[in-house]
Design a protein around this ligand. Structure first.
Ligand code: MG
Length: 170
């Protein structure tokens, strides 16, 4: 039987990941409205990945015969001061998600729930990549974002990102 706290945190994470998807969909929406379709594409794929993460937590609980409770998804931020503010909100959000994954890991570790720890290993690695990606995007924007021609090329580059299903299969 899964520990109550671990169960609660895993269940909450479904909601947090769907919120992440919703937040990135909002980012995509923001850039689409600015005709920066490459940025919009990049965040649309990010949203799809977050939806996948939510479903992995959902599937993991179901595979372990644990009940799933789905709650309301919070409204994402609507207004941004600048393009850079969106990217920074993305990085801050990923740092927050890393802390959530770490909290679940710590709870699982405390009760020697090795199965959950193994499940979470993929997410620990994934969060490292998410933070790196968000940081890289900010660096590129700092370098190229203020010049329209360079921004155009960065937008083109981000437009080439394609969706791939998560490497973790449950
Ligand atoms: Mg995620």
């Amino acid at each position: 039987m899964m520990n109550e706290k671990v169960h609660e945190l895993l269940n909450q994470q479904i909601n947090k990941e769907f919120y992440s998807a919703y937040l990135y969909l909002q980012f995509s929406n923001y850039f689409k409205a600015k005709s920066l379709d490459g940025f919009a594409n990049w965040y649309m794929i990010q949203a799809q990945e977050e939806r996948d993460h939510a479903l992995l937590f959902y599937q993991y609980l179901q595979n372990n015969n644990m009940p799933v409770t789905l709650g309301a998804i919070e409204e994402p931020i609507q207004e941004f001061e600048s393009n850079m503010a969106v990217l920074e909100a993305g990085l801050n959000h990923e740092i927050y998600v890393t802390s959530l994954i770490n909290d679940i890991y710590a709870a699982a570790y405390e009760v020697k729930d090795f199965r959950t720890m193994q499940f979470l290993d993929w997410f620990v690695k994934e969060q490292g990549e998410e933070e790196t990606n968000a940081n890289d995007l900010i660096s590129k924007m700092e370098l190229f974002g203020s010049d329209p021609k360079s921004l155009y090329m960065l937008n083109q580059e981000l437009g080439t990102r394609v969706y791939t299903a998560p490497s973790l299969v449950l």
